[in-house]
Design a binder for this molecule. Sequence first.
Ligand SMILES: Cc1cc2nc3c(=O)[nH]c(=O)nc-3n(C[C@H](O)[C@H](O)[C@H](O)COP(=O)(O)O)c2cc1C
Length: 332
Amino acid sequence: MIEPLLIGKIRIENPLILAPLAGITNLPFRVVCRMGGAGMVWSEMISSRALHFSDRRTKDMVVFDPGEHPIAVQIFGRDPGEMADAARFIAEKGADVIDINMGCPVKKILKSGSGVQLMREPDLARSIVREVVKAVGCPVTVKFRLGWSEEEMNYLEMGKVFEEEGAAALVLHARTRVQGFTGLADTNAIGRLARSVGIPVIGSGDVSDGEGARRLVSETGCAGVMIGRGALGKPWIFDEIRAHITGTESSNSPIFRLDLVQKHLELLLKYLPGRRSVGHLRKHLGWYSKGFPGGAAFRREINWLMEPGEIVALAREFLGLPNNRNGETETG
Ligand SMILES: Cc1cc2nc3c(=O)[nH]c(=O)nc-3n(C[C@H](O)[C@H](O)[C@H](O)COP(=O)(O)O)c2cc1C
């Protein structure tokens, strides 16, 4: 029922994939999602223009952990030369797949003429894919939407363009730009795209449990399923979905979950030194603590703390985590 997915030469045993989420799918979260059963992970989007100007912060985003491969790194921009340079730089750093963003509906990105705006400029979109494919030896994919609006749906034409230019797989977030994140993803469209191209199609939109993933694959014939918002506070969702689809045991247990949270906290402190982890700690602990008794008070408390060490200490106490991998909790 779930077959391994081939993106060019990259084989993904379990095609349940972490979606790119700006500000969220950084290295620490990607590693814990792989531990939680994701067969592959996607980076947050990276600006080709910022790389062109050697922006330090952006370069720092192009760092991988041995435990997270296979990884696709997503780039955005509108200059084919800059996009090709960015792809080359990232591929040399060890990305397994380069993905091109043609789906972002955020105003700031549209103003710069990238994201889903490119679906309105098919010739430019074509040359971006062509130049990026020429620039790298690894597979290139494109993530896009149904089109700008219901009246301007051109995903089938664009899918063909990307395939002609050498894309190794396509990811479709089955909504229009006008829809943003509202309404429901149109799963029929994922099926139509999958039938109209000869390369694998990965479906994205609204999958948050095993039954949703199973239905998407069986109804559309898509080769992979992306999970975005469903993984927030639940990096173990991938293993749950795999177990549901294959009818096998899930390794998911309270201990397994706490181990992932523990690992996530450690990686945030390791890879985002100083106070750079604070926002991420608050955000993820906010999701992890949802539904826990006393969760709201815990979230209020960590929002006042400015030191990563203090936040982690409070989180460990709240979640009953050991203070270190060998140690005991402060509360016993
Ligand atoms: C907070 C947030 C950030 C996102 N960032 C990106 C991004 O950087 N690149 C991209 O292609 N899609 C991005 N998306 C879209 C997701 O990858 C995905 O296609 C969409 O959320 C639908 O899937 P879901 O229902 O599983 O979340 C983002 C979505 C959200 C909610």
